[in-house]
Ligand binder design. Structure first.
Ligand SMILES: [Zn+2]
Length: 240
């Protein structure tokens, strides 16, 4: 069949250029207008991001958070979380400005970091840390799940959202007064359908890790599934 000749639509090109001029795409790190060759992040922000390089280093500061507490195979964070920094602006974009594309983009960046590391080679699937149901209702999406989708695009392994659940406040408030906050964290996660996770190496994903207690509770829950291994990755780690 002869190929159909389609006339270039100069009007559309002109319109796109005009829209870009009036509403330029902004960098998610510094909110300056992006150049034609840039996407999401400007070159300056990309070069200035505080990378941890944890993906290539065993016994890094994130892994040390879990020592003597839970068995984590590998753990890494992409960047250091610093207040008023580019990384904080980037996280703000997807947490409070509904910029879901930013989360997927950053998930893909994280996926590239993991794919270049020799330590994250045998992962089978990805599970995002579930969002509190109340926050989920307000925000409408789980940013850890969007990061997980971005990682999945690069590593080409599935994301499972039906395995780990965060119980609602009313489910846990019976514990109030009986246990301290840490005990509450340990009991807020429950397992859903876990049969297809048996014998799997799971990558747990969150946006920012501070004390590590939330993701540790998630890891412990997944490790209850027979013959599972858990590795951890977060976009950022709060330093100090
Ligand atoms: Zn920038």
């Amino acid at each position: 069949m002869p190929q159909k000749y389609s006339k270039p639509n100069y009007f559309n090109t002109l319109l796109t250029d005009f829209i870009a001029l009036v509403y330029p795409e902004l960098c998610i790190g510094c909110r300056e207008a992006l150049k034609h060759s840039e996407s999401m992040l400007c070159l300056r922000c990309e070069n200035d991001l505080p990378k941890t390089h944890y993906a290539n280093h065993a016994n890094n500061s994130l892994e040390k958070l879990f020592w003597y507490k839970t068995h984590v195979t590998e753990a890494a964070a992409g960047y250091f979380f610093l207040k008023k920094s580019r990384i904080q602006h980037m996280i703000h974009e997807f947490k409070y400005r509904e910029n879901k594309d930013a989360a997927i983009f950053l998930g893909e960046e994280l996926g590239k970091i993991l794919s270049e590391s020799s330590r994250f080679k045998n992962l089978d699937c990805i599970i995002p840390v579930p969002l509190h149901p109340k926050k989920m209702r307000i925000r409408g999406y789980n940013q850890a799940e969007l990061l997980a989708n971005g990682i999945s695009n690069i590593l080409e392994i599935p994301v499972h959202n039906d395995v780990l659940f965060r119980q609602t406040h009313s489910d846990t408030q019976t514990n109030k007064g009986l246990f301290n906050r840490w005990t509450n964290v340990k009991t807020i996660f429950s397992l859903g359908s876990s049969s297809n996770i048996e014998n799997k190496h799971v990558l747990l994903v969150d946006d920012v890790i501070t004390s590590g207690s939330t993701i540790e509770a998630c890891a412990n829950k997944i490790l209850q599934i027979p013959h599972t291994k858990v590795s951890i990755v977060s976009l950022a780690i709060a330093s100090g």
